[in-house]
Each structure stands twice: as C-alpha cells, then as structure tokens.
Design a protein around this ligand. Structure first.
Ligand code: PGA
Length: 245
C-alpha cells in the first residue's frame, strides 16, 4: 500500500519532503540517502539547503548518492547530475565531498563500475532514505519501462520520451545523452524508506496510474514500489488532480 499525501502547492510538497529528511537525520545523523535530480526536487533541495544554512538540519555526517548519472558527462559538466546536486545542495549542506557518491560514467568498463557503485551502497548498509521523482512513463531512477529489469545498478538506454522530457535542460535535443547509469530496482527497494515526489499537471496521469495500480508491471516501473512496505508519495494538487481522494 502506497501512502499518498497531497499538498496544495509545489512549495508545500518540497517543504514536506525536506522535513522528512530532517526528521530522519535527527534519528540517524549518518543517514545514507539517494537523492534525485531533475525539475521536481529543486524546491526540496532548496529547502534542505536552507535548513542546513539555518542550523535546522545537520548534514555533516550524511552520505549522499546520486540515483543516476548521464553517460558520458564529467562531474564538472553543468549538465551532469553530480553538478546539479553540487549546485542545488552540496555547496550549501556541508556534506563532506568524500561522503558524496556518483557512478564514474567515464570508466573504461562501465559494467565493472556499476558493480563497484552497487557494492559501495551495500558497504554503507544500503539507503536509509531514497527520494525519487517519477517520469511521465513511470520510470523511477532511470529504470525505463521494459520487459525485464536489472535489480542492481546498471547502464540503461534512455527512452525517446525521457530524452524529449529532459531536452528542456539542454540547448538542443541532440545534446541530451542517450544513456545513463542508474540504481536498479533492487537497489531502490532495499532502501529502508522511500519518498516519491511529483508536481504539476503533466504528472497527473502517471500519478493516477501509480495510485490505481495493484500489480507489478515491468512496463510501469513505479509499480515495483508496491513491493516496499514504507513508501510515501508526496504530490501537489495539480499532480493529484486525477485522483478521486
Ligand atoms: P523531473 O524528472 O523531476 O524533471 O520531472 C523526474 C524523473 O524523470 O524522474
């Protein structure tokens, strides 16, 4: 059973998600987190940064892992997801650089790199909290709709839909990378707590699909969350506009 919380605004969605992180941090200062990128989490990351600056949350002992990264962007590339987290969170939150993790998408052997990243997560005791966005096609992380799924960290070819959706962050659609490394379904599902955030009208169909789904469907990757005992979906009124609750 997924637990849905509907907020009136994007700001409230963002603040509520950030509060979940802050509450978890109080219980466990060395929280191991998987952190999303994209448009949805910008407000949440700003609120987490504000909390860190004001002393409302202490991130100095936390471990932060990228959920995914584009191949083959360097950490210093402004389009890379590591750079995104650096800009939106790390530079404010005082997370020690050595406690921030991202797959090395420039590694000569990407399969070996995926295995190394997965093992690093295991070595940290798996995630205490994974915060997810959701794609219009139901992807979580970059686990795109597919007949089968890798349980562990892996290389994925991005769908045309996803490339089109992400083109808004690039000068030209042909600049959007076609591949990424993403956490696997198992990596995500081993997390002790999962929070999924969604906002805006464009997410209302996928949120309805998630709300109504009762079976695991590999063509609707977010349905795998049904197997997890502690998932909270926080969405704003627009994203929830097709739900009759
Ligand atoms: P978005 O991406 O937050 O930019 O909508 C969500 C996702 O693809 O997971």
């Amino acid at each position: 059973m997924l637990n849905f919380i509907i907020t009136e605004t994007y700001t409230e969605m963002s603040m509520l998600a950030a509060k979940r992180v802050a509450a978890a941090l109080i219980n466990k200062p060395d929280l191991v987190m998987a952190i999303p990128t994209g448009g949805t989490p910008v407000g949440m990351l700003a609120e987490m940064s504000r909390m860190a600056k004001n002393g409302d949350a202490d991130f100095t002992k936390t471990f932060a892992f990228n959920i995914d990264e584009y191949i083959p962007l360097r950490n210093t590339d402004p389009q890379s997801y590591y750079y995104f987290l650096q800009q939106h969170l790390y530079q404010y939150a005082n997370i020690p650089a050595e406690n921030t993790f991202v797959p090395d998408v420039l590694a000569a052997n990407l399969t070996a790199e995926c295995a190394r990243y997965e093992q690093t997560i295991v070595d940290h005791g798996d995630f205490d909290m994974t915060i997810l966005g959701i794609g219009h096609d139901g992807h979580i992380g970059f686990n795109e709709p597919h007949a089968t799924h890798s349980p562990v960290c892996h290389v994925i070819n991005l769908n045309v839909d996803t490339i089109e959706a992400n083109a808004r962050f690039f000068a030209r659609q042909e600049d959007v990378p076609q591949q990424a490394i993403t956490l696997g379904m198992g990596t995500i599902l081993r997390s002790k707590e999962i929070v999924l955030i969604a906002n805006g009208k464009s997410k209302s169909s996928v949120i309805k699909q998630l709300h109504d789904c009762t079976r695991i469907d590999p063509q609707f990757p977010a349905s795998f969350l049904l197997m997890h005992p502690n998932v909270t979906v926080i969405c704003d009124r627009e994203a929830a506009s097709q739900l009759h609750i």
